[in-house]
Structures are given as C-alpha cells and as structure tokens.
Design a protein around this ligand. Structure first.
Ligand SMILES: [Zn+2]
Length: 315
C-alpha cells in the first residue's frame, strides 16, 4: 500500500551527514550567504532526542530559532521516556520531576554504567505490591513531568517530516510549510492525530530513524504521506497532509503501523525491538497539558533481578 520515499538513520557512531542544499531556505524561502550560519546549525532530527550527526543545510538560522519551540514541546511530551532511556540531549539526560516533588526519576552514569534512580513518596500500600503467586514485586511510580503544548509538539513532528521530503514533493505541502512560520497556526485542517508507541529497552541507545511513506495507488482512500519518527524507545507516526491529494481520505482511520527496529548495542551488534500497538493521541490543542503518562509501573523479579517498566497513560 505504501512505498518508502525517504529514510534517515542516526546511530551513536554515525558519520556526519547533511541534508539539502544551501540555495534557499526550505521553510521561508530566504536566500543569501549570511542566512544559514554554521553547517551544523540545524539538526535534521532533534538534538534533544540524541541526534549529533545529521544536519539540514537548507534551514536558515531564523527558522531554526523559531522551530526550537516546537522541538521543546515534543521533548516535554516524552520527557519521562527520555529520562528512563538515558537519552542525552544538549545538556545531559533530561530530569523528570522537580527535586522537591514526591516523585523523581534521575539517570546517572557511575563507573561507565548507567543507573536509574526512581524515588516515590507516598502511601506504600498504594505504590508497592507483591504478587503472592509469582513473587513479583510491583512498584508504581507516579510522574507529573512537564506541561507541553500539543499543537507545538505535533508541528515538531511535521517539521521533521517536511525536512526529509524529496524536493519534488515540496509543492504539495505548501500549507504545512507556511504554518511553521506562525507558532499557533494549524499545519492543516482536521484533527492533528499522533500514533505513539513505545518499546521497553532499559538503556535506550541514541538511535533515531525518520521514515516517509507515500501511498502507492494515487486514488486510494488512505493518507498520501505518512511520517514515522523512531527515537530510542519511542516511536511517533503522523499523517503529513498534502495540500491537494488528501481531500477524499476519511478522518476515521487510526495510525496503526507496528514498527520494529534493529537497535545498535553500545558494545556493538544489534538487538531487535518491537514497539507497542500505537496509542492514538489528538494533539490539535493549543492549551498546555501534562505529558500523556501518569505513572510507570516497574515489575521486578527479586530472584532473577529482571525488571520491566510499563507506562500508564492518563485516563
Ligand atoms: Zn528560513
């Protein structure tokens, strides 16, 4: 049903690469030698999600400054996953929970080994339980995390998808591109839906993949372009709406691509991971709200010391 039109991968030891050309800015159309700044000025995939090596040459400094608001909202939306996964942003691993709140997660590195420190204060009967049959210990860690603006976070995803579009496709996405210049503007009509899935890998490697999928049959009633962003232990998918080829596509569908990836191990080689069936979020609103997960449940086997973390979405 779909054909892959672009894919960009970033791994911890990737060589530096550059997308686009320095002729004019892809987003605002500006031209001129002084508008772009350093070659490493604009990250094609967010630096805060671990990208150190993939840059966009065709994003001007002014647009890059403007778009940082979107990127920040996206990182806030998945803050607890970045903490748990130990993803290093520009200023280290993100913290979740204020130091004086009753629930905190911290990621630290001691003697080269990653450590996760989870503190939860409250009624132990409610937070901790032991399954008498299996002996498994379960600890519920409530997380408040950050407040984010859903529409901005959506636009961060749209912008990354747009940055990877082949040049001949750009004319079909003028509305979405123009909307990036005005912080609050909607990139397209209809709800701004996001499919969100996660995989639990205790130590999420800073591996990222952006993928654009285009529908194969011109008149099929499915989105013309889908964009998927895999970042460590989380994966997003959106319908990147074209100006002219999506009017006949019903709104009712869900974003349900099941993604699997081969993630690099820090010591070399790869391990396969599968992401969950995507949760469906509507990120149309401009009203700030708390990030989408109210707690994480840690299930721990005291015999084997194996543990598993499961996010619990807000009701
Ligand atoms: Zn620009």
């Amino acid at each position: 049903m779909y054909v892959q039109v672009a894919q960009e991968l970033v791994e911890p030891d990737s060589a530096r690469r550059f997308l686009g050309e320095r002729t004019c800015c892809r987003y605002c159309g500006a031209i001129g030698p002084g508008i772009f700044g350093k070659q490493t000025n604009a990250h094609a995939l967010p630096a805060a999600l671990g990208n150190r090596t993939l840059f966009s040459l065709d994003e001007c400094k002014a647009c890059n400054d403007k778009f940082s608001v979107y990127e920040d909202a996206l990182c806030k939306a998945v803050g607890p996953f970045l903490t748990l996964g130990g993803v290093r942003g520009r200023s280290g691993v993100r913290k979740t929970g204020q130091s004086r709140s009753n629930s905190r997660m911290r990621h630290t590195t001691l003697d080269g080994k990653r450590q996760l420190n989870i503190a939860s204060e409250g009624d132990a009967d409610k937070l901790v339980s032991v399954d008498q049959a299996t002996g498994l210990l379960s600890l519920t860690v409530p997380v408040e995390g950050d407040v984010f603006v859903p529409r901005y976070a959506y636009k961060a995803l749209a912008k990354i998808g747009l940055s990877m579009l082949p040049a001949e496709e750009l004319q079909r996405f003028r509305k979405a591109i123009a909307s990036l210049q005005n912080l609050d503007a909607e990139p397209n009509g209809g709800p701004l839906k996001v499919g969100f899935s996660y995989a639990y890998v205790g130590n999420a490697p800073p591996a990222l993949a952006g993928t654009l999928l285009r529908r194969r049959e011109y008149h099929a009633p499915v989105p013309y372009m889908l964009f998927l962003l895999m970042a460590g232990s989380v994966c997003f998918q959106i319908w990147l709406r074209s100006d002219d080829l999506d009017a006949h596509v019903p709104e009712t569908g869900r974003l349900g691509i099941r993604f699997t990836a081969q993630l690099p191990k820090p010591e070399g080689d790869y391990f396969p991971i599968s992401y969950s069936d995507p949760l469906q979020f509507d990120w149309s609103e401009l009203t700030p709200r708390l990030q989408p997960f109210e707690a994480f449940e840690l299930t721990f086997n005291p015999q084997t010391t194996e543990g598993n973390l499961r996010p619990i979405p807000r009701a």
